[in-house]
Design a protein around this ligand. Structure first.
Ligand SMILES: Cc1cc2nc3c(=O)[nH]c(=O)nc-3n(C[C@H](O)[C@H](O)[C@H](O)COP(=O)(O)O)c2cc1C
Length: 194
């Protein structure tokens, strides 16, 4: 993993409830498309983003175990929803509620990925911020990053089962069952071709 050299400002940028940040990638997570909102919020130009790994906007406080869960899920052909803290070019950050989906060709093979991000619920941002700090500490306790990630993944699974829910239920009912968390929209699921 390439660490970012951007200096963090600690300043959070927010965006409107009516805005959607969109990107599309190839199967390796290299950016193929970004919309105007992505460019505006991230502060990067389109030229700086296209062809780059999506980790160009990775915030160092985001645990690896969350991205492992994301990649394991989408590479197996499923969608995932996740709260993500992202980095702007100038060191500011922005939280998003992301929906990431695989894109299939006519044979049902994954040919890329797509992410739509909305402005997140503030109560959930506070909860996920705490959860991610906990996961990051678990990852960093271990000098071997693979073991650290395995320990954090196990901790995440523990937390999910303690809440008595699946990961997806946790996302939609919110950590600690906060009812103000975003509700699942009745969007048509992305389908593999028959
Ligand atoms: C469609 C798509 C969207 C993604 N969006 C983000 C994002 O907004 N922020 C982010 O840090 N990683 C995002 N990722 C995950 C990155 O590919 C990468 O796994 C992550 O930044 C961690 O970087 P690392 O794998 O180099 O540790 C996305 C991946 C895909 C396929």
């Amino acid at each position: 993993m390439k660490e970012s050299t951007i200096t963090l400002t600690g300043h959070e940028v927010t965006f409107g409830a009516d805005e959607i940040i969109v990107s599309k990638t190839d199967v390796k997570g290299r950016i193929q498309y970004v919309n105007e909102t992505f460019i505006k919020i991230s502060g990067f130009t389109e030229d700086e983003l296209l062809g780059q790994p999506h980790s160009i906007i990775r915030h160092p406080e985001m645990p690896r175990s969350v991205f492992k869960l994301l990649w394991d899920t989408i590479a197996s052909g499923h969608e995932i929803f996740a709260y993500v803290k992202n980095l702007c070019k100038n060191g500011d950050h922005y939280w998003v509620f992301a929906h990431v989906t695989p894109t299939f060709d006519a044979q049902g093979k994954i040919v890329g990925y797509h992410s739509n991000r909305r402005s997140p619920d503030r109560v959930q941002v506070a909860s996920y911020s705490d959860l991610y700090s906990q996961l990051l500490r678990e990852e960093q306790k271990n000098s071997d990053w693979r073991q650290g990630m395995a320990a954090a993944t196990a901790l995440l699974q523990d937390i999910i089962s303690q809440q008595g829910m699946s990961y997806e239920e946790l996302i939609f009912s919110g950590i600690n069952g906060d009812s103000r968390a975003p509700r699942r929209r009745a969007a048509a699921p992305e389908r593999r071709p028959q």
